[in-house]
Design a binder for this molecule. Sequence first.
Ligand SMILES: *Cc1c(COP(=O)(O)O)cnc(C)c1O
Length: 564
Amino acid sequence: MSEFADLLPRTRIAYFTMEIALRPEMHTYAGGLGVLAGDTARSCADLSLPVVFVTLINREGYLRQEINGAGSQVVKPDPWTPEDWARPLDAMIALEIGDRAVWVRPWLYLLRSPAGGVVPVLLLDTRLDQNDPEDRGITDSLYGDGDEYRLKQEIVLGIGGVRILNALGFAIETFHMNEGHSALLAASLLCRYPHQFGNKTADGLKFDADRVRERCVFTTHTPVEAGHDKFDYGSVERFVGKILPVDQLRLLGGENHLNMTRLALNLSGFINGVAERHADITRKMFPVFRIREITNGIHVATWAHPAVAKLYDKVAPSWRHEPEELVNADLIENEAIWSAHQGAKEELIAEVKRLTGQELSPDIPLIAFARRMTGYKRPDLLFEDTDRLRRIAKDRPFQVVMAGKAHPNDATGQAIIRELHEHARKLSDDIPMAFLPDYGMSLAKVLVSGADIWLNTPLPPYEASGTSGMKAAVNGGLNLSVLDGWWLEGWIEGDTGWSIGADGSDPKRHARMLYDKLEGTVLPLYYDDRRGWIRMMKEAMGKIGCRFNSQRMMRRYASEAYLK
Ligand SMILES: *Cc1c(COP(=O)(O)O)cnc(C)c1O
């Protein structure tokens, strides 16, 4: 208890996120957004930044993915045991959601850095005897079904989170919203600042939004309008009406729907996109706001394979604290890099065998594609012309490992998983392929460290940033990717990796450009010029590792967004 009591008075910033990947056993994340939040927290701990994280407890997790005999995704619940990792705190608040009071209690998880820093994470929980049985489940299922359920979750996270922080005695100066899910927090702050000189108008009090903007930071992650969280005002009236003035929400969050991105934009004094291109796109979507850019990064110490970490220790002794030192990666000996990488690749191959029975070879280049299975990520692009793919593999063989979950409401994503299995079956004589079930943090570690080539084929401009390619790079994996998100900044052709097409190429031609690059450049380098390949591994490790890390990202948030 005393450790938490020590942390409490020095904490000045609260980081709100619907999901966060703290450790594989805690199923409080779904994908990239949560892993980014987790890496953010790990860097805050390394740097001893005075931040508290606020999220939901998500007792039932997101989903556990199985693949059935027909190659279809089967969704299972994915519960975890909060008692094993966190403890409930003696504080509770009640929120009027609709007709009932909903009690919320925080659990505390302490995230520790090997460097000695600690950050508290509060996991909000409504599974309490005091609550109506229906309300007990509000904090159970991450991205659970139905708009009303999601709205209630966002009420608990945003409004409940602020009240819990107050109840515990935190004196928070800055609130950071990771995506729009927690935007109600800003609206709830508004109610603390009735405008001193504002007359009471027909639609209620006037509020001093500038006071709120001084305290709110908003990071948006969604490059398309359709991706923004929206709620109809009927539900908003019904569930939020007793807590916040809905007329005011309408003014700030949009006339027809409560758009959480718009609400957060209107109430934040510092707004940023997660890559340069993504900030450009956001500026075009919302021209009246000043949008900065802070490109995402990864927590290198979490994602570097232990054998690779050992090599870094030799040439860059302080890399865990200051990953800028990874510029020294070119000092690592060729043989040492190759054998560390081959070791990691053998571990991946063993995992593929264990999970699917598929045999792969350490001597054949391994292409990995692991990401959310959804339309814009185009996981099927590699298979657009299977005859051509087969011919390429006849000349210079390669093998493919894929993984990724589809949201249960995403019919396209689920169809893609079935198609990938179909392709794997049809191509099996020429191209060894495997689909690994239940992509999550543990599997990601094995994949990013064992892959030779990290393939990424999103439809621009849908990839706000992407971070998995950074994880591959710090392990010596070479990115072969469409130019979108962070890759526009990290890409140096033939040095840190390769592009698929040029910036602005017709997406319909991406498959052909992918085949051309694979056949004409990537596979020949692997087979005919191993020294050249290893040189690129080192360039990727150094030039990508030294920049696209969460230490740099958090130092920027701290100096530019928090210390305004
Ligand atoms: C890093 C990571 C992501 C992010 O992947 P991108 O597709 O590059 O955005 C998603 N899921 C897991 C499990 C990860 O580790």
